[in-house]
Design a protein around this ligand. Structure first.
Ligand SMILES: C[S@@+](CC[C@H](N)C(=O)[O-])C[C@H]1O[C@@H](n2cnc3c(N)ncnc32)[C@H](O)[C@@H]1O
Length: 249
């Protein structure tokens, strides 16, 4: 599979990293993605308690929205809403009259209420949230819908990732993005089997984007201070973008 650094991928999408307002993504992430380390974590003392888990995924979808102008997005696995808020902001900023469907098995209603107080109404109005498992919702509530870009970030077992891909592969016009592709098994997360699933079942043209704390540096070295090749070797995590062979944009 082709491999590329996030900053080079952004460049290929006509985004210069120096022009990206990192603070905007940081603000969205503050409510929707920020995580805390336990005091027992080896980085708690050296890098701090709070960290920004792959905030680069928001920068990537913003760049893809600007470049491809999708009208419809689907996210499997809403979580706390970071990806979909970044996408909604981007659609709004780029004057795209589009929608974002997002599916999750359950939502924290207090969190959703807080999001309504924090984020602009014109971002939120692009969102449609669906509660249930991905397959239930896709089969029973949206059996005929298609999307330009689909983001698979729900259940991460081998069978679940393949089932999600099979459910949407004929309903995706441009790209499917897979989160959490670890190319070495992460011992702390044995249920994350995205790599095996993507390698075995996704036969579309694929590109692995090396990311996560490579722009928002934290417990990792900043890309600014490292040679790309060295960084690439030590980076073991990314997202995979698979392109529908019928899409030639
Ligand atoms: C890593 S979080 C998603 C983060 C979010 N995509 C983002 O980028 O901010 C994964 C979410 O998937 C949801 N999930 C797990 N299994 C699912 C399934 N079968 N169908 C739908 N959602 C699922 C979990 O409840 C969890 O909220």
């Amino acid at each position: 599979m082709k491999r590329i650094f996030i900053k080079d991928k952004l460049k290929s999408l006509d985004t210069n990293i120096e022009d990206v307002p990192l603070g905007v993504f940081d603000e969205i992430g503050e409510y929707c993605a920020k995580k805390a380390r336990q005091p027992t974590n080896k980085y708690y003392n050296s890098a701090g308690c709070f960290f920004r888990p792959n905030y680069e995924r928001g920068i990537l979808i913003d760049s893809m929205v600007r470049r491809y102008r999708p009208k419809s997005l689907l996210e499997i696995g809403f979580g706390r809403g970071y990806w979909s808020m970044c996408a909604a902001m981007s659609m709004t900023n780029n004057r795209i009259d589009g929608t974002i469907d997002s599916i999750d098995v359950s939502y924290d209603k207090t969190h959703l209420d807080n999001m309504e107080k924090i984020f602009p109404k014109n971002w939120l109005s692009k969102m449609k949230l669906w509660e249930g498992t991905s397959l239930e919702v896709l089969n029973n509530h949206m059996p005929d819908k298609t999307w330009d870009i689909v983001y698979i970030d729900g259940a991460h077992t081998y069978d679940a990732v393949i089932a999600d891909f099979k459910a949407i592969m004929n309903r995706t016009n441009m790209f499917v993005i897979f989160d959490d592709y670890y190319f070495e098994m992460d011992e702390t997360a044995p249920d994350i089997q995205v790599r095996q699933a993507v390698d075995d079942a996704v036969l579309w043209d694929k590109e692995l984007i090396h990311m996560d704390r490579l722009i928002f540096s934290d417990d990792r070295e900043s890309w600014r201070s490292n040679e790309d090749l060295e960084k690439m070797k030590s980076s073991t995590y990314g997202q995979v973008i698979a392109r529908n062979p019928a899409f030639n944009g």
